[in-house]
Design a protein around this ligand. Structure first.
Ligand SMILES: NC(=O)c1ccc[n+]([C@@H]2O[C@H](COP(=O)([O-])OP(=O)(O)OC[C@H]3O[C@@H](n4cnc5c(N)ncnc54)[C@H](O)[C@@H]3O)[C@@H](O)[C@H]2O)c1
Length: 358
């Protein structure tokens, strides 16, 4: 009997967050998940589960039955996006079309069929810090990003990497407007740098430009230099994927409607580290726990952002999440410190690599 199960439509279920979320939801018999993605590779372990229906669809394809799927589910979780900084620079129009236009269509169908939508946005909507605008040291002027009070400061148009943040921000603004004018029940999630198993491919194994952890891991396993973009001076606060999924599930469960028409940061301010220090920490953890005799010893070098990403790149110097809302409304606290975030993610990559080559 499936009738008592909560029916969830998970769009982008084959990605990093999507696969980890699907796996966790399926551990609980109370969910029935319909998963949509253009990619099945990372979802393979879950495909046979009786509580999962997987459909390989491209949401840009006008022939796919999205309306029917939304009608037949209770909650829509939308993770679909181009979520990789190199694409914001190389394919800004595609980024806008998918991350704003296509996702807006999903939200409008949720409004039409009176379904709750959980929309993944990004911490990038906050833009830059006050310190960077005033040309001050970001360490001396910490500026935690709060969902409901922080202003959002974007870079100039010529630095087109901001199109990702702007598309996500505009989508948030439209959802909010649909909420106040037409009663759309949305929850917006702003992830702050999740990492963990299945985050991305390694560039030596598949072409493309993944996120930072995979680049550094590639250096440790294949000996390619660990390249610090503009010296790696920016700071990020990393959250382990299991902690993030724990919070996302609390948002899905939505006790007493506390998440209705709310925005949630999900992040771990205690895990803040500069990218440069992340590279050093990764080397140390690798050497202490995983190093084998013939493993390479990559150099850490600095490259310009233009050399790494191309023209139009600009970055935020510091992103500190204010997670008071997730703590007070959902009683959520992340459990993994930065060392265990790095260790666990590294273990996943090392095991995969050794299984392939040893
Ligand atoms: N991982 C993070 O730390 C982080 C940070 C900020 C924001 N986010 C947001 O969270 C969401 C999920 O991020 P992720 O890290 O899992 O990214 P991801 O790239 O691993 O997952 C996105 C998934 O969407 C799928 N997809 C893309 N285009 C599609 C299409 N046209 N039709 C169907 N499926 C399509 C991809 O195949 C992919 O599996 C995104 O919206 C992203 O912007 C994530």
């Amino acid at each position: 009997m499936n009738s008592d199960k909560t029916k969830i439509l998970l769009l982008g279920a084959g990605g990093f967050i999507g696969t980890n979320l699907t796996e966790q939801l399926l551990k609980n018999e109370k969910y029935k998940v319909t998963a949509i993605d253009i990619n099945t590779e990372k979802l393979e372990g879950s495909l046979q589960n009786k509580n999962l229906i997987f459909k390989e669809y491209d949401i840009r394809d006008s022939n796919y039955p999205i309306e029917e799927l939304i009608k037949n589910n209770e909650i829509v979780v939308d993770l679909i996006a181009m979520a990789n900084p190199s694409l914001y620079v190389s394919n800004p129009i595609d980024v806008f079309n998918l991350n704003f236009t296509e996702n807006l269509r999903i939200a409008e169908l949720c409004l039409k069929y009176n379904k709750r939508i959980i929309q993944f946005s990004t911490c990038e909507v906050y833009g830059k810090t006050v310190a960077s605008v005033l040309k001050e040291d970001p360490i001396k002027r910490p500026f935690p990003f709060n969902e409901d009070t922080s202003p959002m400061i974007m870079g100039p148009i010529k630095n087109h990497r901001w199109i990702y943040a702007c598309a996500k921000q505009l989508l948030e603004r439209v959802l909010h407007a649909y909420g106040i004018e037409k009663g759309l029940n949305y929850t917006i999630i702003r992830p702050f740098n999740f990492i963990g198993p299945r985050i991305d491919f390694l560039p030596s194994e598949k072409s493309g430009n993944p996120r930072v952890f995979s680049h550094f891991m590639n250096g440790l396993l294949y000996g390619t230099p660990i390249r610090l973009v503009d010296g790696g001076l920016n700071y990020r606060a990393y959250t382990y994927i299991d902690d993030a999924i724990d919070c996302i599930i609390r948002i899905i469960e939505n006790p007493d409607g506390v998440c209705d028409r709310e925005i949630f940061n999900i992040g771990t301010p205690e895990n803040e580290i500069s990218i440069k220090d992340l590279a050093t920490l990764m080397k140390e953890i690798f050497n202490q726990n995983f190093r084998q005799n013939l493993d390479p010893d990559p150099k850490i070098i600095s490259v310009s952002s233009e050399e790494f990403y191309g023209k139009g790149y600009e970055d935020c110097d510091r992103r500190i999440p204010d997670v008071t809302k997730a703590r007070t409304k959902l009683n959520w606290y992340s459990k993994h410190n930065i060392e265990s975030v790095v260790f666990n993610t590294m273990e996943y990559f090392v095991n995969k690599h050794r299984a392939k080559y040893n």
